[in-house]
Design a protein around this ligand. Structure first.
Ligand code: PMT
Length: 223
C-alpha cells in the first residue's frame, strides 16, 4: 500500500450497519462492525486517495486522515452518499444497509401491553442500485453478503445494481464476514471471477481489492 496507486483519486466508502428506529430508544440493526469499510478507507488513504467515509453504527474507532460523515439510517446514508456521488471517482459500498425499516417511528417510548406486538416493515431504497442507475463515470464497487450460492447471487447483484466489481463474502464461513478482523472474499466483474482471496486481515483484503480497482482504472498493475 506504500505505492500511491490511487493518487489523485477521490474514493467514497460506506461502513457499518444502519440503525432503523421504531421509537426513541429502540431500533433494528445488524452485525456490521464497520471494520471492513474502515479498512478500505485506511488502505485507500495510504494509497494516496482522497477519502470520504460515510459511516453508520460502528464498533471500532474511525481512521484518521479521512473525511468522516456519520449517519444513522439507510435513508440518511442514501442522502449522504448521493450528495457526494458526482465528485467521486470510486465508490465502495461496504456498509450493511437495512433492507427494511419500521413503517412507524413512534415519538415516545412504546408501552408494554397485553398480547403480542407487531412491527410493520417497509423496504428501504437500495442505495447501491440507485448509484448504479445514476452512474456517470464513477467506478462502482458493491459488496455481497451471502450464505449460499455465492457466485450466482453475487453476479446477480452485480448486474442488477450496475456495479463494475462486486466483493462477495460468505458470511457463514469461519474467518469471514461480520465482526471479526479477517475476511475471505471473491471479487467478480461482468465476465465472472476477477480475484479470489484466502482468509486475510480486513486491511490486507482492502489493499488487494484496491489494487485491482487501481489496475481497472488504468493505473499500475496490482502485483
Ligand atoms: O463491518 P464488518 O463487521 O467488518 O463486516 C463486513 C461486512 C460483512 C458488513 C461486509 O464485508 C459486507 O458484506 N457488506 C455488505 C453487506 C450487505 O448489506 O450485503 P447485501 O448483500 O445485503 O447487499 C449488497 C450490496 O447492496 C451491498 O454493497 C450493500 O451496501 C448494498 N445495499 C443493500 C441494501 C440497501 N438498501 N442499500 C444498499 O446499498
Amino acid at each position: 500500500a506504500s505505492r500511491k496507486l490511487l493518487a489523485g483519486k477521490r474514493l467514497l466508502v460506506t461502513a457499518g450497519g444502519t440503525v432503523e428506529r421504531f421509537d426513541p430508544v429502540r431500533y433494528l440493526t445488524n452485525d456490521s462492525s464497520g471494520k471492513m469499510g474502515f479498512a478500505i478507507a485506511e488502505a485507500a488513504r495510504d494509497m494516496g486517495a482522497e477519502v470520504t467515509v460515510v459511516a453508520a453504527r460502528t464498533d471500532v474507532p474511525a481512521p484518521g486522515g479521512v473525511e468522516l460523515v456519520r449517519v444513522e439510517s439507510a435513508e440518511q446514508m442514501l442522502e449522504a452518499v448521493l450528495s457526494r456521488y458526482a465528485e467521486a471517482d470510486i465508490v465502495v459500498k461496504a456498509a450493511a444497509v437495512a433492507d427494511y425499516r419500521p413503517v412507524e417511528r413512534h415519538a415516545s417510548k412504546l408501552k408494554k401491553s397485553a398480547g403480542t406486538l407487531t412491527l410493520e416493515l417497509e423496504k428501504t431504497t437500495d442505495i447501491l442500485a440507485e448509484l448504479g442507475r445514476r452512474k456517470s463515470g464513477q467506478f462502482l464497487v458493491g459488496f455481497a453478503a451471502e450464505t449460499e450460492r455465492l457466485a450466482e447471487h453475487a453476479m446477480d447483484k452485480l448486474r442488477r445494481k450496475n456495479c463494475d466489481l462486486i466483493v462477495a463474502n460468505d458470511v457463514t464461513m469461519e474467518g469471514a464476514g461480520f465482526g471479526g478482523d479477517t475476511n475471505a472474499v471473491q471479487v467478480f466483474d461482468r465476465d465472472g471471477a476477477a480475484l479470489s482471496l484466502p482468509v486475510l486481515s480486513k486491511r490486507e483484503t482492502a489493499e488487494r481489492l484496491l489494487g485491482l480497482v487501481a489496475s481497472r482504472l488504468g493505473g499500475a498493475s496490482p502485483e
